[in-house]
Design a protein around this ligand. Structure first.
Ligand code: HXC
Ligand code: NAP
Length: 293
């Protein structure tokens, strides 16, 4: 579907790109011709990841909770590339906890990474792009200097979720940021969209959110497509949103979850409870008892 140069001319920073979904996106963007940088808190992980991504990919050790560190990272990347026109806010923290047991610091640690970290990076990104457009001599030039933000949220941004309260609150805030800026920054040719992934078995997520294999198995049965997502599938969606093919998608939140989000439909659970022949048999028996021959 993609040409080799689909993302040529894109200079993209992926926060939390040293592992999991962030790394998969970085690899796909690089393959499609983009210049790619990743950041995170763990240098060894970032070093190994850039080796995997390919020659010329950059890393910067940065805790996105620290606005001064984020500014320094953008200074460094601007120095390297001239400008940055793509940002994926992917860095996140999460864990399972009963909400009544959360300390103020536990709540803050997740909200600071997810919501404030996304703001810090988005703000640096936007300010710099908008300022550089001030020097454009034509409106056309300003538009071609536009940018692209993809925020990684979750499917529970709208519904909330038990046992991940800080993440649910923070990701809902990121979705509000996505929608707000999609309107406000359209003027500058900046597209802002979100991806809401369902379950993808990354080490980071699974080690914190899947207590044991039996729960993993039970969880899978609740996904209409009957399997977990593959990192490349999400990376393909992100590449599409970053590319000119998605030029008219603004303020979207695209769900990629094998249909899991829709399982609230009251009778959907039949597909989990019994195989299709048994469902049909049960429905047939009910019909016969209501309409005896
Ligand atoms: C209760 C916890 C806790 C837990 C930490 N805390 N883990 N409380 N249950 N499991 C509390 C600590 O006691 C402390 O509060 C406060 O949180 C900060 O803890 P630190 O360990 O000092 O924080 P820090 O080193 O900054 O680490 C942040 C983190 C950690 C969020 C806690 O998990 C992390 O680094 N995560 C990054 C990667 C990650 O989470 N990836 C998964 C993303 S998956 P006190 O009061 O004791 O000081 C995802 C998927 C969603 O988002 C959807 C899936 C389907
Ligand atoms: P992951 O591998 O743990 O990714 C999170 C990354 O963020 C890590 O590389 C981590 O590196 C980095 N990070 C954490 N705190 C940071 C900070 N303060 N500053 C900079 N970087 C930080 O987990 P993942 O599953 O790939 O998650 C990626 C994204 O997808 C997240 O936004 C997550 O909420 C979202 N998501 C995942 C799933 C899923 O099922 N996997 C589902 C829904 C949404 P360091 O710890 O080294 O800093």
């Amino acid at each position: 579907m993609f040409e080799k140069d689909t993302l040529l001319g894109k200079h993209i920073l992926i926060t939390g790109g040293g592992s999991g979904l962030g790394l998969a996106m970085a690899q796909q963007f690089y393959t499609l011709g983009a210049k790619v940088a990743i950041c995170g808190r763990t240098e060894a992980k970032l070093q190994a990841a850039t080796a995997q991504i390919g020659e010329g990919s950059l890393y910067y050790v940065c805790d996105v909770r620290d606005p001064a560190a984020v500014t320094a990272m953008f200074d460094y990347l601007t120095e390297q590339w001239g400008h940055i026109n793509g940002l994926v806010n992917n860095a996140a923290g999460n864990f399972l906890a009963a909400s009544e047991d959360l300390s103020a610091n536990a709540f803050a640690s997740v909200v600071d990474i997810v919501l404030k970290g996304t703001f810090h990076c988005t703000s640096e990104f936007g300010k710099r792009l908008i300022q550089s457009q001030g020097t454009a001599s034509t409106a056309q030039e300003a538009t071609t200097q536009g940018g692209n933000i993809v925020n990684i949220v979750t499917t529970y941004t709208e519904t909330g979720s038990a046992f991940v309260l800080p993440s649910a609150c923070a990701k809902a805030g990121v979705l509000a940021m996505t929608n707000s800026l999609a309107v406000e920054w359209s003027t500058y040719g900046i597209r802002v969209n979100a991806i809401a992934p369902g379950p993808f078995p990354t080490e980071g997520a699974w080690s914190r959110l899947m207590p044991d294999p039996s729960i993993e198995e039970a969880y899978k049965r609740g996904i209409p497509l009957g399997r977990y997502g593959q990192n490349e599938e999400l990376a393909n969606l992100a590449a599409f949103l970053m590319s000119p093919m998605a030029a008219y998608i603004q303020g979207g939140c695209i769900t990629i979850d094998g249909g899991e989000r829709l399982m609230a439909g009251q009778f959907n659970r039949f597909v989990q409870w019994m195989p299709r022949p048994m469902i049909k048999q049960a429905f047939g028996a009910m019909k016969s008892s209501r309409n005896p021959a």
